[in-house]
Structures are given as structure tokens and as C-alpha cells.
Design a binder for this molecule. Structure first.
Ligand code: SUG
Length: 419
């Protein structure tokens, strides 16, 4: 087996719009009602994938889900024309682009049965995300169809909210070695909901067959959720032996650091102090929603960051000092994902990490430069240029969105996902 960390990016769907659906997600609320640019958004996502491939990283992708979700509206006893505006917007949401919320993954080195386990996230806290999982699950079954290697699980039952890998970190000496899995849950978040429930995290850890001494459950700080860290990956990120975190990310930080040191002594814990980067600056810039990746040939690690970090003096200053030091993080790579960022999704939100042998994946979901060219051409040709929120009841827009997705499925030889 030739194990690698593969980043699967959610291709940004043709219905990408700003409807302000995510309470507790500051960017989503701030940009509610703005005109979105789905074509530009999706192309930004493609450029990010190319960038990461150029760094030598293995890259996959997921198809956007079929939107608007009329089957969901039907279950609610309504349809696109009749639905209340917020329900209509929820049916149109392109939120499956944020693949970090698709599932939680435990690589084969961590599990009792030696398979790579994946649990699709129920995303039940937010109505617009609660209807993603059946479509996502269908796709996971296709991507990871080899039953000898992968075990794909259905969603954790209600009422336990599960938001997938956005609240899960893994520390290991290298990706193909056994890891320590950290599940981060919330209890309260001031005025905002705690989306990841402890019972959901425990369910995933049990279902994946993780050894108790290789698991930590850590509570997200109420202060961080109340400040807009609706997922832990807005305030912390891990890769191999590095945990990079804001000082105020966890409710009991010292306990977490002690647990990590006890269970994984090689850990390099980088704590960003609030007096250097305030929680508010961290959340506005999305500093921690970076992809922390291992570079080839012993060049250390890089942070693939949203370009917004450069505009924030405190954050950029901190980062420049960080890479000048002698820690593992040596390189900063800003990428432009502004269209996604305006809905609270940075570079790390757009990807799901899976440690596996790329040869065991359905190759239709693996990126090549030439395939990304064809996907970009399809996006250029079919994706709406812009969407204003009051356009969502326009039948022409609906049909353009469906035609666009169908065209992409054909481009990727995935017509079987057309429902
Ligand atoms: O769930 N935004 C997403 C952003 C998800 C970011 N993912 C991670 N942090 N991993 C969310 O809040 C906004 C949709 C809208 O407002 O229309 C939205 O769903």
C-alpha cells in the first residue's frame, strides 16, 4: 500500500449564494443578501486544487449535490414556488462545497479491523445542511467502494449533531503511521449553537473501532463559539506531529495539551497567544482555517491560507515570525477563495482529508491537471455568473443550475450521480 493524505475538495456548485443561513457564522450573516458569483467561486476552488497539486499533494474532489433539493421540500410539504424564502434558500444551498463537513475519517492504521472508516456527518443543527448527508453518503459509497479497505457508515442518529472532520484532528508521526484522534465538541456557545455534540463524537469513535488510549475528547471553548468559531477548524488545525491552535480555542486548554503530551509525546504544540492575535482577528482572517500540509523532500510544513490573512497586520506579522523560527511550519501559501470565505468557508473547509492509497479510490474522483482543465471549461460554460438572493424563485435559474451540474457529471463520467 502506498498511503498518502488525499485532500478531496468539494467542487463549488452552481447554486452558490449568500442567504445568511448559518447562525453563529459571522461571514454568512454579514454577507447575507449580497450577490454571489458561482462561476468565479468554482474557478477559485479549481485554482486552489491546482496549487496544492503543484506542491506535490494528492488531490481528489467531490461533485456538488443536486440543488435545489426538491425531494426535501416535498418532505416538508412544499415546493420551490410556495416555500418560505428561508426554506427555499436552504433547498438551494451549495453548502456541500465545504467537504470538511462531509464526514469524519479514521485511517486504517487507527482502527481495530484495519479498515479506513468514514462516517457521514448528519449536519443536523443547520436546516440548510441537514439534508446534505444522503447525497454525500451516496457519493462516499462510490468514491470509497472497496469494502475490503473502506467502511462507510451512515449518519449518527438524531438528536446528536455531528459536523464531521471540521471538529476532528489527528496527530501522528507520519500520515501512514497510527494516530491520536482528537474529537472536539461544544456544549454552549453563548448566543450561538454548539454544533458538534459529545455523544456524536463518542459514537463515531466507537463505530470506527478506535482504541480508547488513542482518542481524546476536548471541549471547544464557549468563548470561541460565541466569537464565531462555529467549527473547531476555525481556531485550530493539526497535521502529523503539529497542533497549531489559538490560545482560546478550548475550554480546558491545559488539560488538552497535557493529554496530548501524555498520549503523543512527539507533539509540537504551537499556541497562538491572544495578545498577539486576538480571537476576533483569528476568526476574521481565518488564519487557522488553513490547510497545514507536509511538503516533499523534508521541506517541513506549509500553511495554505486564505489571502485575507495578508490584509491583517497582526496575523501576517505573527505568521512571518512563525516561519522565521525553527519550528516545523516553514512556508506560507495564500490562496484566493474569497467567494467561499464570504460564507465562512476557508481553504480547510473546502477539503476532506483521507489517508489512503490513491490506487484504491474510484479514479473518477482523483484530480489530474488535464481533468481540472475539463472541469474548469464546464464551469466556464455552464455556471451562473452571479446570483442575487431574490432570484432563487426564478425557474430559469433553477434549470440553469440543474443543467450545469448534469454537464459536470458528464464531464467526470459520473452521470450515475444524476438523480
Ligand atoms: O456550515 N457556511 C458553512 C461554512 C462551513 C465551513 N466549514 C468548516 N468550518 N469546516 C456553515 O456555516 C453558509 C450558507 C449561507 O449562509 O447561505 C454556510 O453554510
Amino acid at each position: 500500500m502506498n498511503m498518502h493524505e488525499i485532500n478531496f475538495d468539494g467542487i463549488i456548485g452552481p447554486s452558490h449564494n449568500y442567504a445568511g443561513l448559518s447562525l453563529g457564522n459571522i461571514a454568512s450573516s454579514t454577507n447575507a443578501g449580497e450577490i454571489s458569483h458561482p462561476r468565479e467561486a468554482a474557478l477559485q476552488g479549481i485554482v486552489k486544487m491546482r496549487h496544492n497539486m503543484d506542491l506535490g499533494l494528492a488531490q481528489g474532489f467531490f461533485m456538488p449535490l443536486d440543488r435545489p433539493n426538491t425531494a426535501w421540500l416535498e418532505k416538508l410539504g412544499t415546493d420551490i414556488e410556495e416555500a418560505d424564502a428561508h426554506i427555499r434558500a436552504a433547498a438551494f444551498s451549495a453548502s456541500s462545497m465545504w467537504a470538511a463537513n462531509a464526514a469524519t475519517i479514521s485511517p486504517q492504521t487507527d482502527t481495530q479491523d484495519g479498515k479506513c472508516h468514514l462516517t457521514v456527518a448528519n449536519l443536523q443543527t443547520m436546516p440548510h445542511r441537514s439534508h446534505e448527508w444522503p447525497g454525500t453518503l451516496a457519493q462516499l459509497h462510490l468514491v470509497f467502494s472497496d469494502r475490503d479497505i473502506f467502511a462507510v457508515h451512515g449518519a449518527v442518529p438524531s438528536p446528536f449533531g455531528d459536523e464531521g472532520a471540521a471538529n476532528h484532528m489527528r496527530l501522528c508521526s507520519s500520515h501512514d503511521q497510527p494516530g491520536l484522534e482528537i474529537f472536539v465538541y461544544g456544549k454552549t456557545g453563548g448566543p450561538f449553537p454548539a454544533r458538534q455534540h459529545l455523544e456524536a463524537s463518542k459514537t463515531v469513535a466507537r463505530t470506527h473501532g478506535l482504541a480508547p488510549d488513542k482518542v481524546i475528547f476536548a471541549q471547544q471553548s464557549e468563548t470561541a463559539i460565541a466569537a464565531g468559531a462555529f467549527h473547531n477548524d476555525v481556531v485550530a488545525v493539526a497535521n502529523e506531529h503539529v497542533l497549531f491552535t489559538h490560545e482560546l480555542a478550548f475550554e480546558h486548554p491545559q488539560q488538552l495539551y497535557d493529554d496530548v503530551a501524555a498520549k503523543f509525546p512527539q507533539a509540537e504544540i504551537i499556541i497562538v497567544p491572544a495578545d498577539q492575535v486576538s480571537l476576533s482577528d483569528a476568526i476574521k482572517s481565518y488564519l487557522f482555517n488553513a490547510q497545514l500540509v507536509t511538503l516533499r523532500d523534508g521541506e517541513g510544513m506549509a500553511l495554505i491560507l486564505p489571502t485575507e490573512v495578508r490584509a491583517n497586520k497582526a496575523v501576517w506579522g505573527y505568521l512571518e515570525d512563525l516561519i522565521a523560527g525553527n519550528g516545523s511550519i516553514r512556508k506560507l501559501c495564500p490562496v484566493d477563495v474569497r467567494q467561499s470565505m464570504a460564507n465562512g468557508g476557508g481553504p480547510a473547509c473546502l477539503r476532506l482529508r483521507v489517508v489512503a492509497d490513491p490506487a484504491t479510490i474510484d479514479q473518477r474522483f482523483m484530480a489530474t491537471s488535464e481533468k481540472l482543465d475539463r472541469i474548469a471549461e464546464t464551469i466556464e460554460q455552464f455556471w451562473p455568473e452571479d446570483i442575487a438572493p431574490d432570484q432563487l424563485n426564478d425557474p430559469d435559474l433553477e434549470s440553469q443550475i440543474r443543467t450545469a451540474r448534469t454537464a459536470l457529471l458528464r464531464t467526470c463520467d459520473l452521470a450515475e450521480l444524476d438523480s
